[in-house]
Design a protein around this ligand. Structure first.
Ligand code: SF4
Length: 141
């Protein structure tokens, strides 16, 4: 959570966006496909809002996040493939030198993932078993 001054100089509490670390990869290849229409509408909106304010500080979290919110695989706050996505999250954090709970600007995080995960070729090792891998893979050749 961060504090922001409004015009009247009164302090307002602003909740920062929580993002699963591996979604920093998904965001860079997203092309509107997903688990349901509700999910893709929501994910597209989240990405647009992040891109409209790229300096905003986000909180990295290895649990269900703002994207998972409208996902049919989110069962009472836990992903049905939790072990797999936890592995993706941990690997992205390790590659970027970050920890669960880290606060970082959206811009900086996406740039780190691009440099440390995508450009090093680690993406395939990390999430090559994802059902959406074919989308990311074709964009890298
Ligand atoms: S599949 Fe799991 S990690 Fe991915 S968006 Fe859905 S609930 Fe979240």
């Amino acid at each position: 959570m961060s504090r922001k001054k409004n015009k009247g100089d009164r302090k307002t509490l602003v909740m920062s966006i929580c993002l699963r670390p591996h979604h920093g990869m998904c965001f860079q290849f997203y092309e509107g496909k997903g688990y349901s229409e509700d999910f893709t509408d929501h994910m597209g909106r989240v990405i647009r809002e992040c891109e409209e304010d790229p300096d905003q500080v986000i909180t990295l979290t290895c649990s269900t996040d703002v994207v998972c919110k409208n996902c049919p695989n989110n069962e009472a706050g836990v992903c049905t493939t939790e072990a797999k996505v936890q592995r993706y999250d941990s690997e992205v954090l390790r590659a970027c030198g970050l920890e669960d709970g880290a606060e970082i600007s959206y811009n900086k995080f996406l740039a780190l993932v691009k440099k440390q995960v995508i450009e090093t070729g680690k993406r395939k090792e990390i999430c090559g078993d994802c059902s959406w891998d074919y989308i990311c893979e074709k964009k890298l050749v």
